[in-house]
Design a protein around this ligand. Structure first.
Ligand code: SPV
Ligand code: MG
Length: 559
């Protein structure tokens, strides 16, 4: 093999125990393996990562799928450097070896040599080229009309590729298209022999038949002269056992990740277009945090801690969970309401997960009744041992005292109120000093005769309200029905700048007459009376105040 050009060696990710230390070595090991091995298709960094996480030991950078993700045909419409760029992203995103579907090698022997060198530089471990003419057409389109390359010219291209490689483990696979073009088994075997003699490390025998007969026949005739790779896209009904029994080396699942994503994208797009909102799809698609995880956002967070000056988190949470919740009867005999299980997890876990999904990991929980039962990990606890004779404002007061040094903004909520993440996000993102979430479905609580904190606001929830600063004007059950605009959802945001005033007011109410029994609505009322602006964010549903056994059942459905 010639070594005319000096090349930058790809940086190999750390190998697993017992694995060859380079990706090229790992691909070579797949070819040598005495079991059938599998490659999954990938067409960009994200799909490559998903393939690796699914447990595959190698990837097929499919020409069809690379073209499709660029929105062009599988006819060499994407340039070879565009392909190269994408496989580099795939290599960067993964640690397993990649075989590029190199079509016909993008030109003659000379282009093939340049391709092999560039692939090695970009961390790609194998290339498969097919004996058709440039520009090629996908094998499943008009197969019998497809022209095959001259055998000697193609064998020269294989030899040129092998001569160009720098790493002995780099693999060149020769793909025989004789069966696709309808030239028969004899021609397929003749070509395989010529390409193998020219130095091909393996033969890929392709077929568009819906049954595996012709590739099985090829394998029986070819025997074990070289490893044989197959692509059972059309003869997918053949049991994998059959491939195993016939001694195939590698099975390529050639386009299935792309096809799965096409279906998912079409469904989501059609639903959003039809509904003109996101509620239908939100719970059925990957959360944004999953996208962040796949992108490796947490690695960047670690790097930021290493390399950036320390930054303070913008918000923390206080969850008031001291009361028993007698209305739940036996369920709260040995634990407070916040620890009653819904979908296998305590209510409090669901609430904490919602905060964490917004990046708020500093969560203080005020516990009281059966405090020993409230012991979820990684939370800060403050105990209100006078829970039986004090109200929720007093619990908040204790939590504020316990963190008197902290100057972050605060979200206050109850240990029995579930809400969706976007409610939290909307509150967190307002720049008002004080903000509350209000549900406009307040008539529901009237119909169900449950206690509710009704509010009166500066304007009702009309289209204008979305563009205006709606402010709280009053709160309490004495509000006349014609003044009610909604129900407070039990969550309050206090901006960092307002925290000192907030602390003072909470302490002041608690030290006053009846202060120990005061509630959060008492505090909201005081804020309004003192001239503070309490911003109202209207919502419709998407929260649940767990006050009864029926609510517990409803919480099972709450996503
Ligand atoms: C590809 O995945 O691009 C292939 C396999 O070449 S096939 O589409 O079956 O030709
Ligand atoms: Mg292809």
């Amino acid at each position: 093999m010639s070594q005319t050009t000096s090349v930058r060696k790809p940086v190999d990710p750390p190998a697993g125990p017992g694995q060859p230390s380079t990706r090229h070595g790992q691909f070579r090991a797949l070819l040598r393996s005495d079991q059938v091995e599998f490659l999954i298709e990938a067409h960009n960094g994200l799909s490559a990562k998903i393939g690796e996480e699914a447990g595959f030991k190698g990837l097929w950078a499919s020409g069809l799928c690379l073209s499709a993700q660029y929105g062009v045909r599988d006819n060499n419409e994407a340039s070879w450097t565009q392909v190269l760029e994408m496989v580099e992203f795939m290599a960067d995103a993964t640690s397993i070896p990649i075989m590029l579907d190199g079509d016909t090698g993008y030109g003659n022997f000379n282009n093939m040599q340049r391709l092999v060198r560039k692939l090695e530089q970009r961390g790609v471990s194998a290339v498969c080229i097919e004996d058709k003419l440039f520009p090629k057409t996908n094998s499943f389109i008009g197969g019998h009309r497809q022209q095959l390359a001259d055998i000697d010219e193609f064998a020269g291209k294989i030899k040129a590729g092998k001569d160009a490689q720098h790493d002995d483990d780099f693999v060149v696979v020769a793909r025989v298209e004789a069966l696709i073009a309808g030239w028969g088994l004899g021609e397929a075997l003749k070509r395989a022999e010529a390409y193998y003699s020219a130095g091909a490390d393996a033969i890929l025998i392709h077929s568009a038949a819906t049954v595996a007969d012709e590739i099985l026949e090829f394998k029986r005739e070819w025997g074990d002269r070289s490893p044989v790779v197959i692509v059972p896209t059309k003869y997918y009904r053949t049991p994998t056992e059959v491939f195993r029994d016939h001694g195939f080396s590698i099975v390529v699942w050639a386009n299935h990740i792309l096809r799965a994503s096409v279906t998912a994208m079409q469904e989501a797009a059609a639903t959003i277009a039809r509904e003109q909102n996101l509620l239908e799809v939100e719970e059925r698609i990957a959360p944004v945090r999953e996208v962040f995880r796949l992108q490796g956002a947490s690695d960047l967070e670690i790097a930021e801690r290493l390399y950036l000056p320390e930054q303070s988190v913008d918000l923390r949470a206080i969850v008031l969970a001291a009361s028993r919740g007698v209305e739940l009867g036996e369920l709260t005999a040995d634990k407070p309401k916040a620890m009653v299980k819904v979908r296998g997890e305590p209510l409090l876990s669901h609430i904490v997960a919602t905060y964490q999904a917004r990046g708020i990991s500093d969560v203080t929980v005020v516990r009281g009744y059966r405090k020993e039962a409230v012991a979820l990990p990684e939370l800060t606890y403050v105990d209100n041992d006078d829970y039986a004779t004090t109200g929720e404002l007093y619990s908040l007061h204790l939590a504020l005292q316990a963190s008197s040094e902290s100057d972050e903004g605060i979200l206050v909520s109850y240990g029995d109120v579930l809400f969706r993440k976007y409610v939290l996000e909307a509150l967190a993102e307002t720049d008002s000093d004080f903000a509350i979430a209000v549900d406009t479905n307040w008539m529901e609580s009237v119909n169900r005769a449950r206690e509710a904190d009704y509010v009166s606001c500066s304007m009702p929830n009309t289209r204008n309200a979305f563009y205006s600063e709606v402010l709280l004007e009053g709160i309490g059950d004495e509000l006349a029905e014609d003044r009610i605009h909604g129900e407070w959802m039990g969550i309050l945001k206090v901006a960092k700048e307002a925290v000192p005033r907030f602390r003072e007011m909470v302490a002041d109410i608690c030290s006053g007459p009846d202060g120990q029994a005061a509630t959060i609505p008492t505090l909201l009322d005081r804020l309004v009376r003192c001239g503070e602006k309490v911003r109202v964010l209207y919502n419709t549903g998407h929260w649940l105040d767990v006050d009864s056994l029926d609510d517990i059942l409803a919480a099972g459905d709450f996503e």
